[in-house]
Design a protein around this ligand. Sequence first.
Ligand SMILES: NC(=O)c1ccc[n+]([C@@H]2O[C@H](COP(=O)([O-])OP(=O)(O)OC[C@H]3O[C@@H](n4cnc5c(N)ncnc54)[C@H](O)[C@@H]3O)[C@@H](O)[C@H]2O)c1
Length: 393
Amino acid sequence: MIRFGIVGIGNMGSAHAMALFRKKVKHAMLTCVADTDEEKRNWADQKFKGKVKVFEDYKEMYSSGLIDAVIIATPHYFHPEMASEAFKSGLHVLVEKPAGVDAKSVEIMNADAHNSGKAFGIMFNQRTSKLFSTLKYYLDIGVLGDIKRFSWIISNWYRTQAYYESSGWRATWNGEGGGVLLNQAPHNLDIWQWMMGMPDMLVAFCHEGLFHDVDVEDDATIYAEYKNGATATFITSTGEYPGTNRLEISGTKGKAVAEYGKLKLFLLKEDERELCYNSQEAMPTEEATEIELDLKDEEDGHILIMRNFTEHIEKGIPLIAPGEEGINSLRISNAAYLSSWKNVPVNLPVGEEEYAEALCKKRVLERKRKPEKPRLSAKIDNGKYSKRWTVQW
Ligand SMILES: NC(=O)c1ccc[n+]([C@@H]2O[C@H](COP(=O)([O-])OP(=O)(O)OC[C@H]3O[C@@H](n4cnc5c(N)ncnc54)[C@H](O)[C@@H]3O)[C@@H](O)[C@H]2O)c1
């Protein structure tokens, strides 16, 4: 039995806590939670009725001897430091996405994870989607041939002004370190790099406060290139309603389209490159075989990630989302910000020092302009997984 503690029992941490408390994960039990907010601790006292120990200071929880593993569900800036301390305390770590805010601090966390020899996972729950994992499998075995283009419009991460003001840390460079690319779209950036690997160059346009009264970007467009000539476009937003979730991947042997919860494959008999150079016709029409797959997810991906993490600790089963891979989506968002701020294309990875300094400047400017962030009423569904955290079509 793996004994879990959770740091941060806000929206996300409270849902993980309830899932573990209700025994949704075999061989895992919730023994402790920690939160600096008194309201959250009172909530935990009420919910768990003394069966789970509630800490104010997470370091006391780490050294309590009551946990084997910790889930870190605090605001992003805290992730690397809290994870590193957990590894040094001999704990396994499942960290929420994003891995952190800048690649430099995440490198340190990854090194600490490696040196500890403990299990390290990241909550990329969308990797459990049957549609995405099936598509990745087809790409890996070459069903689409060599990939030419990856393009994703993921603009259905709609959020209101009330959402942004539900916690003081949200949508600020000081509290969150980014906007849609760092909060909502890390899932999609991760799936992009999971399927395609890391691009070599990108240029990005990140629009700050385009649709909301926020300091960070709520709309972004990235164009990226790979060494082999493949290209990628990635468009995301929290300000479109109804938004779109359409992923299209085009290869030399056909294309795949994921939209409305369905995966469609259009497969060619002959590789298009052969056709291009061998055909005597100027504009040939080739039949493509169309296959439609309706792949529904029965269980919440967060629970599947916690199950997989527990089985990894107990039985060595490979992780669906290894923690060390969290740096990749962050490298893409760090590069996108730098490209947008400097208005130039950038090669990946961007200099970690350069990025950390540029982010620091944004934070200083923001502090001067807006020392305190006003708060609207927060409507929090404590203890439940929100539909808005799952793959929406
Ligand atoms: N995987 C997903 O689907 C998903 C969904 C939502 C949020 N998240 C991630 O979870 C993290 C938290 O987001 P949230 O929406 O739950 O935020 P939240 O503000 O609702 O909760 C954060 C909690 O952390 C606590 N906290 C802050 N500093 C602390 C400290 N030093 N020690 C202990 N507790 C501390 C706060 O009091 C709060 O209760 C973010 O990184 C976010 O990106 C992931």
